[in-house]
Design a binder for this molecule. Sequence first.
Ligand SMILES: [Zn+2]
Ligand SMILES: [Zn+2]
Length: 177
Amino acid sequence: MRVPVTDLVGHPGETRALTRAVDPGEFGDAPWGPLVTRVTQEVALDLHLDAVVEGILVRGWIGFTVEVPCARCLEPQHVRRDVDVAELFVDPTRRTAGEDDDPGYELIDDLTAIDLTTMVRDTLVVDLPVRFLCSEACLGLCPVCGTDRNRLDCGHRPGAAPDPRWAVLAELDLPED
Ligand SMILES: [Zn+2]
Ligand SMILES: [Zn+2]
């Protein structure tokens, strides 16, 4: 997602708003990692581009909705996230020789543009929680028969699973106490 910045580069103090709803396909195929099955709506960008001496500072927020399975019952969930961002796109010509820091984001195309794709992708992936639950009270799938226990009580109880290793013990006629 290339954004021209010729009006800003070399004019520290200048600023420009960038508000846009972007089709998730612009960020590549399945850019959100294996956990997230898909981004279901446009990605909302509400950003300011600030010209600074070192390059362009991009700040604001990114809003998106992803479909991910509940970690317990696997039911797809639509999760809305709004993430604050503040990233510097540096002018690579201002980099001093021998500096081998992580280059991060840079101005491209002879300092005429920035590409927001990687920044948006990185921001969203970092923000995703490792575990999504449809509800804290989600009962999950029955470990015995796989029934979604939020929908149906299959009758199996935790600890009552007919584990074959214990079947032999159950057959012993132990005295009750
Ligand atoms: Zn669930
Ligand atoms: Zn069951």
